[in-house]
Design a protein around this ligand. Structure first.
Ligand SMILES: Cc1cc2nc3c(=O)[nH]c(=O)nc-3n(C[C@H](O)[C@H](O)[C@H](O)COP(=O)(O)OP(=O)(O)OC[C@H]3O[C@@H](n4cnc5c(N)ncnc54)[C@H](O)[C@@H]3O)c2cc1C
Length: 462
């Protein structure tokens, strides 16, 4: 399939395992770079019919705007305006944060809420329009890295120049990269409630009135926490964190509403009502994971994106964004490729650009959730700080937290939030090109003082 030298840039054939956020973002980005993209998704439908809400921070929406799909996104996503922080048992408001125009303008995107299924369908439509080849009911059962062949359960085989593992935390890819068993920390219940139900009851109507359009509500409890936000459909997304209970979990399973209600029944009356009206939730675990050493396999041109590379906590702000950004950055780097021999160089560059950022996002999101779920001995200190600042009407994420009241001061590190929102995955790939890639390409055969080149040489001589 491949030739070593070519006068015009090659059109690489990329076979992507998994057609959710990471896989579809990869397909779009590779197509934008002029390559062939084949997506193999084991689900039999474009998107799951019943899903919960996800949050799209500015670092994801800005790329969608750059691509020219802002209007289309606005049909399925609601703009977020602010977040309120409350105590779960009493409902007392500790404080809030309004997303300032300036921050959002600087980030060049919006903070939005959407249904997971709507967002996957939205990405599918773009990928299809851009000419990606999309296969459903296509379960991958074997990856032959040396021969670059991917085999499906039904016997079909797909040849590739590059294989992308976008098959999530529980797919076929992570074990091939020697991922260690994760440690379950929390259960996460994701469900929705019809907005009409919420608005019809005076107790809950306040969660979504005219002044509060786009408000995300967060409730802090003892080892438990809840998030809620409005969706376009119109529905209300409800996310509940609680202790891990060792049941069968995963995005394909609905059930365990009784366990979710055990948590909500101890909470303020509004949360009890929301729980009663909610449909059966999806239940997944929030895990502690050991980051993979490498995202690019030694045995062949096989790289991981999204939760296959680094799973993030379900329901967290950057959960979908990291998967999306991985796919975007990977495809974008490949816009510069000049011949097939450079494939490994570009895959290593991708790992260099994305791995540390995803690990930082994973750690920060986990800290945020644990901060919401602090046990009483730490929660009191946390609540006092937030309450005091909330009284002044200040934006809560901009606070300076005194030394170690909660062991989670990073939660409110404003710089981290700004850093996450300001990031642009396409620009990160372009920066790599200008700082390192150009030199590598110019140096073929020569000696270059670039750290990446040393890694490339070490890996390709493996
Ligand atoms: C069905 C589903 C529903 C979800 N709903 C929500 C939600 O409501 N709220 C929320 O916060 N998050 C939800 N998520 C999680 C969230 O979207 C993702 O975890 C996150 O965006 C990372 O995306 P990803 O593409 O890296 O991985 P994933 O979302 O895990 O996607 C991996 C994809 O690979 C496919 N796959 C796995 N193994 C194979 C194989 N052997 N061959 C072919 N395909 C394979 C899976 O079917 C899946 O579509 C959902 C995920 C899934 C899979």
């Amino acid at each position: 399939m491949s030739s070593t030298e070519s006068s015009s840039p090659p059109s690489i054939r990329v076979v992507i395992i998994g057609g959710n956020v990471g896989g579809l973002a990869s397909a779009i980005s590779f197509r934008r770079s002029g390559h062939q993209a084949v997506v193999l998704e084991c689900r039999d439908s474009i998107a799951p019919e019943v899903t919960g809400g996800i949050r799209l921070p500015p670092n994801i929406t800005k790329i969608i705007y750059q691509w020219g799909y802002e209007e289309l996104l606005r049909r399925v996503a609601v703009k977020s305006s602010a977040i309120d922080l409350r105590l779960m048992d009493t409902g007392e408001k500790l404080g809030g944060h309004v997303w300032e125009e300036q921050l959002i303008r600087d980030a060049r995107g919006d903070f939005m809420f959407t249904h997971h299924g709507d967002f996957v369908r939205f990405l599918h439509d773009i990928a299809e329009d851009m000419g990606a080849e999309l296969h459903y009911s296509a379960k991958v059962v074997d990856v032959n890295m040396e021969d670059k062949i991917v085999t499906l359960e039904d016997g079909r085989v797909f040849e590739a120049d590059v294989i992308v593992g976008a098959d999530g935390a529980d797919g076929i890819s992570r074990p091939l990269f020697e991922a260690e068993e994760p440690e379950p920390l929390l259960n996460f219940y994701s469900t929705t409630i019809p907005m009409a139900r919420i608005l019809s009851d005076p107790l809950t109507a306040d969660l979504h009135n005219e002044n509060k359009a786009g408000l995300c509500a967060a409730w802090f409890g003892d080892g438990v926490a809840v998030l809620g936000w409005p969706l376009m459909k119109p529905e209300y997304a409800l996310c509940v964190y609680g202790p891990p209970v060792g049941d069968q979990t995963g995005w394909l399973h609905q059930g365990k509403k009784d366990r979710m209600m055990e948590i909500l029944n101890k909470a303020e009356p509004r949360l009890r009502k929301l729980g009663e009206w909610a449909r059966e939730p999806h239940v997944v675990t929030v895990n502690k994971t050991i980051p993979l050493e490498e995202w690019f396999h030694d045995d062949g041109p096989y790289a991981l994106v999204g939760h296959a590379a680094q799973p993030l906590a379900a329901g967290s702000i950057q959960e979908a964004a990291t998967a999306f950004e991985d796919g975007v950055a990977l495809g974008r780097i490949f816009s510069r490729i000049k011949n097939y021999d450079q494939i490994s160089t570009y895959l290593i560059a991708y790992e260099e650009i994305r791995r540390d950022r995803d690990i930082r996002a994973y750690e920060k999101e986990l800290e945020d959730i644990q901060f919401m779920c602090l046990p009483p001995q730490y929660a009191a200190a946390r609540d006092n700080v937030l309450r005091e600042k909330g009284k002044d009407g200040r934006n809560i994420f901009e606070l300076e937290i005194p030394d170690d009241p909660t062991e989670s001061e990073a939660w409110v590190a404003w710089e981290k939030i700004v850093d996450q929102f300001a990031y642009n995955a396409e620009e990160a790939a372009d920066d790599w090109w200008h700082k390192t890639g150009k030199t590598i390409q110019a140096s073929q055969g020569g000696v270059v003082d670039a750290p990446l080149l040393q890694i490339v040489v070490a890996k390709t001589h493996h």
